[in-house]
Design a binder for this molecule. Structure first.
Ligand code: ATP
Ligand code: LTN
Length: 335
């Protein structure tokens, strides 16, 4: 790869409805990174197969996430945004990396333990080897930087270990990626249980603000958010997790500090505060809703982006894959 800029890689699983947690912790921070990095953002549909999906819903959800990336401001002409399944090199390298990943390493992954407990009737081999496919995603593009949430740290560590292991045996094959963790908004909490992460797979729809929610729904959900009985807007994560979470959300969308928010709501009740948070979030999401609706009206623009970027991603991915195959001693294809 012509490495004028450093390469950045990230992605999200392709299922469910994106939440403001995904937006604040990931998507929002991805916008404009393309000025500093060559950016690749995947819609990780193959990873989603580790859990059973309804085909029709899955197809729609993955496309919705792609469109939301673009509607949130990621320019598909400046960022390579693509479906993981459109680039076969991911599974091809994934297999190779499986052969360099130890069972003991995979056994330690907390996501594997959590998801096996949650889906006890479907503990499949894909769930177990999930991290080596994720390593392939990153290493195919020779990524330098990988912005991820704290929950993905262990997966990045295993990716680095696999890459170092192969570099030690075969010489320089892969760039060793660094994780990048957002400082604020790294963990938006559930509105119903503010000591738990807001998650798109939460069954309680009131716990979560989805990016597709309209203004009334957003305000209604914030009104229901769990707080405390002190009736004072004060930032104290330990003793007031609910209020502090709302303050963080409000602070991020309005760019106000926690001090400024405390002053703004001095002497006011939670009713006023929750309404203000709801309105601010709805206003922040409005431009995205507009753009999303436009893309839905005319699907051809997104179609073209999906096609062009799959080709672009394949070009870079295949280059790394050919290099790996060659280093490993696989015979080259005769053309
Ligand atoms: P699921 O519930 O399906 O596990 P999720 O909502 O936790 O999904 P992921 O697809 O695992 O979302 O994550 C996509 C990105 O969004 C990751 O970078 C992750 O760290 C970030 N993210 C997810 N939830 C939050 C949250 N509550 N606060 C901040 N960032 C989040
Ligand atoms: N495992 C991640 C999604 C993911 C990813 C990646 C993130 C798959 N491949 C490569 C960064 C880089 C998740 O569950 N959020």
């Amino acid at each position: 790869m012509e490495k004028e800029k450093k390469v950045l890689y990230s992605g999200m699983q392709a299922t469910g409805l994106l939440t403001i947690g995904n937006y604040i912790g990931a998507l929002k921070n991805w916008v404009n990174l393309n000025e500093e990095y060559d950016c690749f953002f995947g819609v990780m549909d193959l990873h989603s197969l580790t859990v059973r999906q309804n085909p029709a819903e899955f197809r729609k959800a993955a496309r919705r996430i792609y469109t939301q990336y673009v509607a949130a401001g990621l320019d598909p002409e400046k960022n390579c945004i693509y479906f993981q399944s459109h680039v076969p090199a991911h599974t091809q390298l994934g297999w190779v990396l499986d052969c360099f990943t130890y069972m003991g390493e995979l056994n330690r992954m907390t996501q594997f333990k959590d998801k096996s407990a949650k889906h006890a009737d479907n503990i499949n081999a894909g769930l177990f080897t999930y991290p080596s496919l994720m390593a392939a995603d990153i290493l195919l593009y020779q990524a330098d930087v990988v912005p991820i949430g704290a929950d993905q740290k262990q997966h990045l560590e295993i990716c680095r270990d696999i890459a170092e292991r192969m570099n030690n045996i075969y010489g320089d094959i892969f760039t060793i990626p660094e994780g990048y963790f957002p400082k604020i908004g790294a963990k938006i909490m559930s509105l119903a249980e503010p000591t738990k992460k807001m998650s798109k797979s939460d069954e309680n729809v009131n716990a979560t603000i989805y990016l597709v929610d309209d203004k009334d729904t957003i305000i209604r959900k914030f009104k229901k958010a769990v707080t405390d009985s002190e009736a004072q807007v004060r930032y104290d994560v330990e003793n007031k997790p609910g209020v502090s979470n709302l303050m963080e959300i409000y602070g991020i969308v309005t760019e106000k500090s926690m001090d400024a928010i405390e002053k703004e709501f001095e002497g006011k009740g939670y009713g006023d505060f929750k309404l203000a948070v709801g309105e601010a979030v709805a206003d922040a999401l409005e431009p995205m809703h507009k753009r999303y609706a436009e893309f839905e009206q005319d699907k051809s623009y997104i179609d073209k982006c999906i096609k062009d970027n799959a080709e672009k991603a394949s070009y870079y991915a295949n280059k790394t894959l050919r290099k790996v195959y060659k280093k490993l001693g696989l015979n080259e294809m005769i053309r």
